[in-house]
Design a protein around this ligand. Structure first.
Ligand code: SF4
Ligand code: SF4
Length: 471
């Protein structure tokens, strides 16, 4: 199976031809988003589902790339138009060396925090089609500026939080991009895959994201641009057999988690913030759990007398994306200390942060199932009227009714949510076993099984109460 795929992706036009198509789609979605401007709250509530751009981006594109990342890997990056844009900008740009603060990975964490704090909580980029369009244009803008200033592909490796989150989830995928024979690389003299001369080629290019293919251990960082596969094959000086060496292959389910590799400090904080976002994503689906979720930020806002959207968004963000996850991450750590563990907080974050990945991925997968299944009924409407203004007005006026999917789909969704979360917890338990074995914590390491119990428990209990008890 991989033979045929590897042959296909070796073609000179792949993946750039696909990226040109996705760039056209990107432009169209931005255009539809900009067509649906409104400040009317009731209309916006419907517009987010009737506007094709907003509906597609948040209810299909984002959920689908999460699902694909978990099961196949960082495939979105293979077709992402932003890689093409930033690579073209870098070809023409200043090619400055990247400063340490960018190479440290903190730019991704900070950029992601800005998107959550400002984009989601204040500007509502997920609920307002115009804001969604501005958000997409901003991402493209940042990628162009990054490309024009810095060398290689700085944006995809050190700035883009979307690709990075997918890369972390892709550690679960059983498929990966690796060299088939590390000995060929060891004896390779030309090292075409990392040679400077080929960095700014558009198709057969050496790695722009600082990876040496023979050293790829998991799916976190490779953006599947296929550049090194082509340089390895096309610039092969002595017709060495076995080249091109890198390509897709089976790697083993969740091997990227079970072969324990700690994350960096910046990545650990990135995971912590995402873990808070994922809690809010699931708990906001059910009114009762949403009331629990919003109780603390709501109380804080009334104590502080906060009213304006900016200040309210900042308080909500600080509680949901920092305080709550810090508490969930902190409890197992302090339980470990009480149990006699000597692991420092930084060591804990970097090593055990990895165990949150399958739980976050499972919860994100649940959200994807809920999103897609609840928004399918809107598709015919949004295809008929891509801006979605007329459809939204007629829903508000009560002249159009969107019928939900048949009743049996609810049961199917409930079963899927249960299975997905159970799977996430099992993988997290095994990941913690791998971490404690590698850290040689002895029996004390079992205390850290509190991570799946607590963090996975939040989702399992919510799903059980919402889908089984309250119905
Ligand atoms: S991937 Fe190809 S070009 Fe790179 S070191 Fe290995 S054999 Fe050489
Ligand atoms: S390792 Fe190869 S496929 Fe992956 S990003 Fe680098 S050049 Fe592209």
């Amino acid at each position: 199976m991989f033979g045929r795929i590897n042959k296909m992706v070796y073609h000179i036009t792949i993946p750039n031809a696909l990226r040109i198509v996705s760039l056209a789609a990107f432009g169209f979605l931005v255009y539809t988003g900009l067509q649906a401007h409104s400040t009317d709250g009731a209309l916006l509530k419907e517009l987010r589902n009737t506007n094709l751009g907003n509906l597609f981006v948040w209810s299909f594109w984002w959920p689908l790339i999460v699902i694909v990342a978990i099961f196949i890997g960082r495939v979105w990056c293979f077709v992402c138009p932003v890689e093409l844009i930033t690579s073209l900008a870098a070809k023409m740009g200043l090619k400055r060396k990247r400063p340490q603060w960018i190479l440290s990975g903190w730019a991704i964490t900070i950029f992601y925090a800005i998107i959550l704090f400002m984009g989601i909580q204040v500007l509502k980029i997920h609920r307002d089609p115009t804001m969604m369009a501005i958000y997409l244009l901003s991402i493209a803008g940042v990628s162009v500026v990054t490309g024009l200033i810095f060398e290689k592909n700085t944006f995809c490796r050190y700035v883009c939080p979307v690709g990075f989150l997918l890369g972390l989830y892709a550690r679960i995928a059983p498929i990966g991009y690796r060299v088939k024979d590390a000995d060929i690389c060891k004896s390779c003299k030309d090292k075409s895959c990392i040679r400077k001369d080929y960095t700014y080629n558009l198709s057969a290019k050496s790695c722009g994201v600082d990876i040496y293919p023979a050293k790829i251990e998991d799916n976190t960082y490779c953006i599947l641009c296929m550049g090194c596969r082509k340089t390895c094959g096309r610039f092969n000086p002595g017709n060495i057999t076995g080249r091109p060496n890198p390509g897709f292959t089976w790697t083993g389910f969740a091997k990227g988690l079970y072969e324990h590799r700690p994350v960096t400090n910046a990545e650990a904080f990135f995971l912590l913030i995402v873990s808070g976002f994922v809690i809010s994503e699931i708990l906001s689906e059910w009114n009762a759990s949403n009331d629990v979720l919003t109780f603390i930020p709501g109380t804080m806002k009334s104590i502080l007398g906060v009213t304006g959207p900016f200040a309210a968004g900042m308080v909500d963000s600080a509680v949901l994306f920092i305080a709550i996850p810090a508490m969930v991450w902190g409890i197992p750590y302090f339980a470990g200390l009480l149990g006699g563990s000597r692991i420092s907080i930084i060591e804990y974050l970097r090593n055990f942060g990895v165990a949150f990945i399958p739980l976050m991925a499972a919860a994100h997968l649940c959200k994807s199932v809920l999103k897609i299944s609840s928004r399918i009924p809107y598709l015919p409407l949004s295809f008929r009227d891509t801006a979605g203004m007329e459809a939204a007005k007629s829903i508000v006026a009560g002249t159009t009714f969107v019928a939900p999917l048949p009743g049996w789909t609810e049961l199917l969704v409930t079963l899927l949510l249960t299975l997905i979360m159970a799977g996430g917890i099992i993988i997290a338990v095994r990941t913690i076993q791998a971490v404690t074995t590698s850290l040689q914590t002895g029996w004390k390491g079992r205390i850290y099984q509190l991570i799946p119990a607590l963090y996975g428990g939040i989702f399992i209990v919510t799903i059980a109460l919402w889908r089984y008890v309250a119905r």
